[in-house]
Design a protein around this ligand. Structure first.
Ligand SMILES: [Zn+2]
Length: 374
């Protein structure tokens, strides 16, 4: 049977079009919207009134409209009409962040708490999240959800930790967060960081995001989505074996990428990244030699994965703020030495969001889902 579009559906489509236009073009006048969307003035007037009444948009003063001789009211999306919470769980810390519909940080707080895989630990985390939200100028109804970034592999539905050896929480489900009256989702930390990178990189389509932090992680970005894979272990490059008799990895194997290309592999006991790079950037130091050796292992990894997945490679994680263009030159030259055909030097770049990418990236999928349904 042929289905026809109802007037209600047309109205909803137009309402969403107006909302999306205002999201991308803040401070638009009624005339601007009417002209851009080719909708009649009365239609736009009615939709703006409805969206404003629902609190989804607001008037911010007046502007000189491009399509009218006099000043007109300027409309924008209400940035905190909905908000999302990101939580990063680490061995000795929680990092919480609240973001608005533009992914802008509304509030951030870190808590020093030692990890324990106990109900008390998760209850205490839920209490802190509720308290964190209470301190915001936002009600519970505005919260789209809470994303928990974890150092572990997550089931494709984001409800269970499928593999977790860095922190012993394998099998954990979001049921431990049942005290939170919001949708909750677990997200692999590398996938979180990749989500944040996507947010700040509108041009990005396909890429391998490398999370170069205390531990090594990776995420595949395909058609602007972070791909989880069939079983949730897409892009677990960290456990590719580089050397058969290498250092012991937490996964049980030895010589994994994790044991050669993570920050743990780079630094010696008690050494910090600022200390290391202060010495590594000087000529003929032991640190400079160690840095070249680390880059050389990283080049080997990028080359191996690049043979399978020909796309851009983004270097992110806690090491990203210390990376320089000269390091990319070293990587390209090492990759050329490994690979049998000519490689252009245009596929590796440094992350645009090296700071706070993981916690923010855990919140952003909720915002993206909200915007996608508008
Ligand atoms: Zn391993």
């Amino acid at each position: 049977m042929k289905k026809s579009i109802t007037p209600g559906q047309i109205k909803e489509t137009n309402r969403n079009l107006v909302y999306q236009h205002l999201y991308k073009n803040p401070d638009s006048s009624q005339q601007d919207i009417s002209y851009a969307l080719r909708l009649s003035r009365p239609t736009v007037t009615a939709l703006l009134a409805e969206l404003e009444q629902d609190g989804m948009i607001c008037k911010n003063g007046v502007i000189a409209s491009a399509y009218a001789g006099r000043k007109a009211a300027a409309y924008s999306v209400t940035p905190d009409y909905r908000i999302a919470i990101g939580a990063e769980l680490l061995a000795s810390e929680w990092k919480l962040v609240a973001v608005d519909l533009y992914g802008r940080e509304l509030k951030r707080k870190n808590y020093q708490v030692a990890f324990q895989n106990t109900p008390e630990y998760y209850d205490s985390l839920c209490s802190e999240i509720l308290h964190f939200i209470k301190e915001l100028p936002a009600s519970d109804a505005q919260v789209l959800g809470v994303g928990f970034a974890v150092q572990g592999l997550v089931s494709p539905d984001g409800q269970q930790i499928a593999y977790g050896k860095i922190l012993p929480f394998e099998g954990l489900t979001t049921a431990v967060f049942s005290a939170l009256p919001f949708p909750c989702r677990l997200i692999h930390d590398a996938a979180s960081a990749a989500a944040a990178e996507l947010w700040v990189s509108p041009e990005l389509q396909n890429a391998v995001f490398l999370l170069l932090s205390e531990h090594f992680g990776a995420a595949f970005i395909q058609d602007r989505s972070v791909s989880a894979g069939k079983h949730g272990h897409q892009a677990t490059i960290e456990h590719l074996q580089l050397y058969h008799n290498g250092k012991q990895c937490y996964c049980g194997q030895s010589g994994c990428v994790e044991t050669e290309c993570s920050i743990s592999a780079l630094l010696q006991d008690g050494e910090s990244l600022p200390q290391f790079f202060a010495a590594a950037r000087k000529e003929n130091t032991a640190e400079a030699a160690r840095w070249m050796s680390w880059l050389s292992s990283l080049a080997e990894v990028i080359n191996a994965v690049h043979l399978i997945y020909d796309c851009d490679y983004i270097l992110g994680g806690h090491i990203a703020p210390y990376l320089k263009e000269d390091d990319l030159t070293v990587l390209y030259s090492q990759i050329r030495a490994h690979t049998s055909f000519p490689e252009p030097d245009d596929f590796i770049r440094i992350s645009k969001m090296p700071e706070h990418g993981i916690s923010t990236g855990a919140a952003l999928p909720f915002v993206q889902d909200f915007l996608n349904q508008m």
